[in-house]
Write a protein that binds this ligand. Structure first.
Ligand code: HEC
Ligand code: HEC
Ligand code: HEC
Ligand code: HEC
Length: 119
């Protein structure tokens, strides 16, 4: 392979990788409603943008290796109701632990049922 061609190929690969990482970051939600288990309790409004502006991505996305490999919580949580850990949603609801946990710790943000689960 000619040297010029090798340089071009490296540049092309770098550009593709860079574009892919931007595409993933752009997938991060803005204002959303977390509502995968609404049959049990009303959905919860969540300003993802506001939270992620001031909180490290990996603090919440605790299994992701980088902010570009984030998966939805429900890819792992809420699948196996029999699991004996927070992935069951029943034992130690992961959202209560994480969302409410931080609000309590910082003494900011809602901690009462009705402030998150609005009817
Ligand atoms: C900081 C916000 C927040 C507070 C405060 C909160 N919750 Fe939740 N709760 C959530 C989120 C987020 C979910 C997941 C919602 C979904 O996916 O539909 C959830 C889910 C639930 C579920 C469904 C879980 C299941 O699979 O059975 C119940 C029941 C529930 N909450 C009850 C309560 C009760 C009772 C309180 C008050 C003691 C409370 N929540 C306080 C955020 C909160
Ligand atoms: C305060 C907690 C929190 C922080 C901080 C946070 N996220 Fe999230 N993020 C969530 C929750 C919760 C969801 C899933 C909501 C849903 O769809 O039910 C989510 C969803 C996502 C999704 C969509 C995943 C999918 O496949 O549906 C992406 C992408 C994402 N976050 C990226 C980021 C990035 C990048 C950052 C940092 C800049 C970040 N998040 C910071 C809590 C957080
Ligand atoms: C790739 C799978 C996966 C994803 C995605 C994931 N979790 Fe988890 N989570 C787990 C497993 C497995 C556990 C059980 C304990 C452990 O192994 O850390 C857990 C445990 C937890 C716990 C208990 C405390 C802790 O850190 O161990 C909380 C809270 C939690 N998850 C919240 C979340 C939230 C909120 C999201 C989305 C923003 C999320 N998880 C995304 C797999 C995942
Ligand atoms: C690591 C800390 C942290 C985590 C985790 C966190 N929050 Fe918050 N949240 C805050 C803080 C701090 C505020 C107050 C922001 C302010 O007053 O400007 C807040 C405010 C809020 C508010 C009030 C309206 C707003 O957007 O300011 C809601 C609703 C809320 N959070 C929902 C959630 C839900 C649902 C989750 C879990 C998916 C979550 N939060 C996880 C720190 C956190």
């Amino acid at each position: 392979m000619g040297r010029k061609l090798a340089v071009i190929m490296v540049a092309v690969v770098a550009a593709v990788v860079f574009a892919a990482s931007i595409a993933v970051a752009d997938d991060a939600p803005g204002q959303i409603v977390i509502d995968k288990v609404v049959n049990k309790k009303s959905g919860v409004a969540f300003d993802h943008k506001k939270h992620s502006d001031s909180i490290d991505c990996l603090k919440c996305h605790h299994k992701a290796e980088s902010k570009d490999t984030v998966k939805n919580c429900f890819d792992c949580h809420g699948k196996d109701p029999a699991a004996n850990d927070p992935t069951s949603m029943k034992k130690d609801n992961p959202f209560h632990l994480q969302c409410k946990g931080c609000h309590k710790e910082k003494d900011k943000g809602p901690t009462k049922c009705g402030d998150c689960h609005k009817k």
